[in-house]
Design a protein around this ligand. Structure first.
Ligand SMILES: Cc1ncc(COP(=O)(O)O)c(C=O)c1O
Length: 457
């Protein structure tokens, strides 16, 4: 029925929402999501989480079905059903349509990036005589030293592996630390890209609830006991999406619990450069037993294209991570590593961080004030001590999908809460990101449009 429906629509048209399809056809949400997934795999629709499924550009279905040009439909049979669900990450990277305020995404607006200083660093890197030579496989020694110093504790440069950004680090870590078909634990809510990477590695994620102070140690211990998981993925600092930061005491508890379970902790420190100086040290700095695998990516504070991250791991786990990257992609391009090193060793790095702190604090305060003035019925989970995101609880009777869709029609993109939950969401939530719009006036306009959508939906 959906295929026929697509035949009647034009490329770019939106299909009915999952909720509407469930109601219309009297089928379960799982059936609808399988059908949409199948159509996406066939190239007939493209999905944009939080927004819906859209008829794919004309050429794709025609080519796939053989109506026009070469017949590629044999591929559907050859490939089988091993569809990689990229919807969570695709939406993170999708450019917002013209005129729409993006309160979504996970990177800095180009105006907030140190683009000129980065280009200057790249020029200096290009002038190095060995820039096109093969780098040491685990990364440039100086860059590894820098990443080790950033973590602190007794982490040494030899504990660091340079990889191609945080997402690659997650994939390497999941593949290296857990066998397919085994369970892992994740905070709930969590970063959807981590769920996608875990799923692609064949892992089953079990959700561990959080409170305002981060993951709940009592439930973490119970989840280890119940599942037998040997990996816990977490973001102890400025957790995406809730903004929670784990106290020093809880960090120590989490470490002790993981250690008692014989498990690894993957510490995604994605927001460390957006955190206040009073933030406790990374868990990797407290760890002496090789429990923590720590990820620090430069994409967040610099640019999505600065795909350089340091992964700290010790013992056989470090070996496996290294082997995994080598087999998969050899190493990170030397030019990018040299550029990263040039930049973080220059005065521009500290200057940039200082500017960012001022700008992001202003943005957060602007959105918090606009929300409390215009949307008092939406409850802010907490005011994070830094970061890029705000997590909002909507009144229980509100339909999250309907609001996200109404907001889109009103000209503002917000992130649906649902995609962050590995298990049932506790109620309607949305995530608001303040780093993507150009300036604070755009942020205020975004909240105004969101309030209009909330009042009208
Ligand atoms: C929590 C978290 N971890 C990791 C990543 C991956 O980022 P990157 O691969 O650009 O380092 C993201 C991106 O949005 C994120 O939000």
């Amino acid at each position: 029925m959906l295929r026929e429906e697509i035949g009647r629509l034009r490329p770019g048209d939106r299909l009915l929402s999952s909720r509407e399809l469930v109601r219309l056809h009297g089928v379960s949400p799982v059936t609808v999501s399988r059908a949409i997934g199948r159509l996406a795999a066939e190239g007939r629709v493209v999905t944009r989480p939080g927004s819906g499924a859209y008829v794919a550009p004309a050429v794709t279905p025609a080519v796939a079905s053989g109506d026009d040009g070469a017949d590629m439909s044999w591929q559907t049979v050859a490939l089988g059903d091993r569809v990689v669900d990229d919807s969570a990450v695709a939406s993170l990277l999708a450019p917002p349509p013209e005129g729409v305020v993006p309160l979504t995404g996970g990177y800095l607006n180009p105006a907030l990036r140190p683009s000129r200083a980065l280009s200057a660093a790249a020029s200096r890197a290009l002038r190095r005589p060995d820039v096109w030579a093969m780098p040491p496989q685990a990364g440039l020694p100086e860059l590894r030293r820098w990443f080790a110093q950033e973590v602190g504790g007794d982490v040494t440069p030899s504990d660091v592996l340079v990889v191609s950004g945080g997402q690659a680090a997650l994939t390497h870590a999941f593949r290296a630390l857990a066998a397919p078909n085994t369970p892992i634990l994740v905070e709930t809510p969590t970063y959807p890209g981590a769920r996608a990477a875990a799923r692609a590695a064949g892992l089953r994620a079990t959700a561990v609830p959080m409170d305002r102070d981060g993951v709940r140690p009592d439930l973490l211990a119970e989840a280890f006991a119940v599942t037998g998981a040997r990996v816990f993925f977490c973001q102890p600092t400025l957790h995406n999406p809730t903004g929670a930061t784990l106290s020093l005491e809880r960090r120590e508890q989490v470490l002790a619990i993981a250690r008692a379970a014989g498990a690894f902790v993957i510490e995604d420190d994605y927001a460390r450069y957006f955190a206040s100086p009073s933030t406790p040290p990374p868990m990797a700095a407290l760890d002496v037993h090789g429990t923590v695998v720590h990820i620090n990516s430069l994409t967040k504070p610099l640019s999505p294209s600065m795909r350089v991250a340091g992964v700290v791991a010790r013992g056989p786990a470090a070996h496996r991570l290294r082997a995994n990257q080598l087999v998969e992609s050899f190493f990170v391009a030397r030019l990018l590593q040299e550029t990263a090193l040039e930049f973080v060793s220059s005065p521009a790095w500290r200057r940039h961080l200082a500017t960012l702190e001022t700008e992001l604090t202003l943005r957060r305060n602007t959105v918090v004030a606009a929300l409390s003035a215009r949307m008092p019925e939406a409850e802010l989970h907490l005011v994070p001590r830094g970061g890029l995101h705000l997590w909002l609880r909507l009144p229980a009777d509100r339909d999250e999908d309907a609001l996200v869709e109404a907001a889109r029609r009103a000209g503002v993109l917000v992130g649906p809460g649902r995609v962050h939950y590995p298990a049932e969401p506790p109620g309607p939530r949305i995530r608001i990101t303040h780093s993507a719009p150009v300036h604070t006036a755009e942020l205020v306009e975004g909240v105004r449009r969101l309030a209009t959508a909330l009042n009208g939906s």
